[in-house]
Every structure is written in structure tokens, then in C-alpha cells.
Design a protein around this ligand. Sequence first.
Ligand code: DSN
Length: 411
Amino acid sequence: MTMQGVGMMDKEISNLIALETKRQNEGIELIASENYTSKDIRDACGSILTNKYAEGYPSKRYYGGCEYIDAVEQLAIDRLCKLFNAKYANVQPHSGSQANAAAYRALLPNGGKILSLVLNDGGHLTHGSPVSFSSHLYQFVHYPLNKDGKLDYDKILEIAKIEKPDVILAGYSAYPYAIDFSKFRKICDEVNCYLMVDMAHIAGLIAAGLHQNPVDYADIVTSTTHKTLRGPRGGIILTNSETLIKKINSAIFPYYQGGPLEHIIAGKAICFKEASSDMFKEYARQVIENTKACRDELYRLGAIVSDTNNHLFLLNTLDSYNLTGLEAQILLEKANITTNKNMIPNDILTPNKTSGLRIGFAAITTRGCNKNEAILIANLIHNILSNKLSIEDARKQVSMLTNNWKKIEEI
Ligand code: DSN
């Protein structure tokens, strides 16, 4: 219905949506931060809820006519709190970056100090990058990964004692291992600072009970909803503190944002319900199994890869195939396999080139990819990058795989 509506009024946009639908259906999507939403979520996001202004929060709005909008947003808040066992939540952030901005504002004054992971080791732009607002409003200092690419909690404590930050930040964009939030909590208690967790990448694994829940340890937890959690594009914030939720709410509205996107909030509410199901738990288990199977096969074939116990791993393309991450990304894309170039720990190249790829299985597991297919994908990647398979033959194999899976319109 939505597509027809677009088609009747605007052929240019409907053609582009049709082309993107074809691209998504015909490709193997291995970008670790992407996923496919259910039809229910897409319908809610394309619904008439977009027509309504609702600045404020349920029962405290600046506009009339919000009785149903209030119920939608309250349902989203209640379902989110239940899913992650939190007392309070804000479901209005338009993105993970907005969620992080509001969390910082709630936790520390401008100029305050945040201790986060070295950005090239897997941090996010909002964790202190010079090109992000974050480094302009706050003073960032960083902890590195150890030589094995893993968190070194003793080192983090040592740095925290020297730096005396207001906040320690955990949660990353390209970290392939489980994070021990309880150890972060102990470090924060020892140096008397807040713990903030950005769980965007692993939110779905946490919802499924397959990763320690940061809400039990952190003062504030932020996330996106569109990665492993499989919801619409957007952000959320959770806390168990009554004082902090008040600060978070006023940081989101009116400080950083205006009218909330209630159509997206409805999509988020559906996502939280879906993520509490047994089917979702099985999905998240399969994501981890597929990721490990692909990683292990690449390792068996002689590639240099990180290990993994979550939804992603890092492939060192420079030392494995004498290709920069960018070159490897472009080669795979020609065969309809989408990945993203990514810095690897201690990378010698710039972020524009990188020495590696980040590979994740959250998206194609939603379409039905199984362990054997994940192993086939490892062989495909290896043969393409080592020039043993023509792009034409690779495309045929990709097409055989994707034809086995659900069409994205059927999810
Ligand atoms: N762009 C996201 C990712 O790919 O991890 C982070 O926001």
C-alpha cells in the first residue's frame, strides 16, 4: 500500500525503492550493524502516526490530541523496561548519537572528562572523535585494547586512577568478544565515577539472554534499535536512577530534540515485543553460531581473523590477501557481498583505507542463513579475495544462496 502510494505520486522515488529492494534481496549483507525489520515494524513506521506533533512526554505534551500517541509511547517504554529489566526508559532519541549526547549531558558538565576506548580499536564517533560534537563538548581520554585485541580491565583501572574521569564508557562498534560490565562497575566504584554503556551492537544478544545485561551495572545504558535488536532505525536510553531519567528526559526534549517520531516509536514498541519472543532467542543464538562458523572456516583456510563470541569478527585483509580493507570491500561488493572496511587493533593504515573488514551475521540470519551456508560464505569470501574465483562465478554462487532465503518483503 505504501509502495503504491509512493508510485502513483512519485515515480522517481518508487523506482529507487524498487532498486534498493532488489539490491537487498540479491545481496549477502554482512555489515555487522545492519538488519531487516518485520513487516509489522515497517507498517508502523510508514503509518499515519507521522502526522502528529507530540513534543513532551506521555500525559505531559505541548499539543492536544495526544491520547493515542501517549498510549503508543507508554507501551514502548513499558515493553523496553521489561525487556532489559530497567526501571526507566526514554524511547525518543532519533539515533544512537542523539542518545549518547543526552546521556553525556545527564551525567557530566560541559568540559567534564570521559574515559572511552581508543577509537581505532573499535570505538564510535560519539565516543570522542575529533569530527564529532562529543570531543568539542567533553574532554576524552582513552584506554587501549591489549595486543590480542581484548579489553584489559587492569589497564583500564590503572588509567582511570591516573585520569580520574567523570564517566567511563563501555560498548563498542567493532569488538568481537563479550564485555564484562561487572568488572567495569568495580573500576567505576573504585575511582568514584559513572559507568555508561553504549550497547548498540549487542542489544539483541542481551535481549535474548546471551550476553551480560549492562542495565544491572551501568548508571545509563544507550542503544540503537536497528542492529542486532532488529527494530526500526533509532535510539533508546535506559537507567535505574530516578534522578538520571529526569535529566535524560530534559536532555532529549527540549535540549537536543523537538517533536518525537511517534511512527518510529510505534515500530520500536513492536520491536521490543518481537525481541522478547522465543523465536528471537533462537534467532540470536543462530547469529552467534553462524558468525563463529564463518570465522572458523576463514581461519581454517589460512586467513588472519579475530576470534568471536558475538555477532561479528574482524578479518585482516592486508596480511591475509595483501588488500586494504577498502580494496577488499570493493571486490566483495562487485560480487554482491556487502561488508565495511574497518580498522583492526594497531592498524597501520588510515580509517579511509584500513587493514581489514568487519563481518557480521545479524542481517542474513534474519533471512534464514544457517551454519552450513555461513561456511560456504567464508569460502566465497576467501576465494574472491585470493583471486581464485571470478566475480561472475561468485555472483552466481551468491545468487544461489540468497534465492534460498526469505525475501526481505516477507520478513
Ligand atoms: N554506524 C554504526 C556501525 O556501523 O557500527 C555505528 O553507529
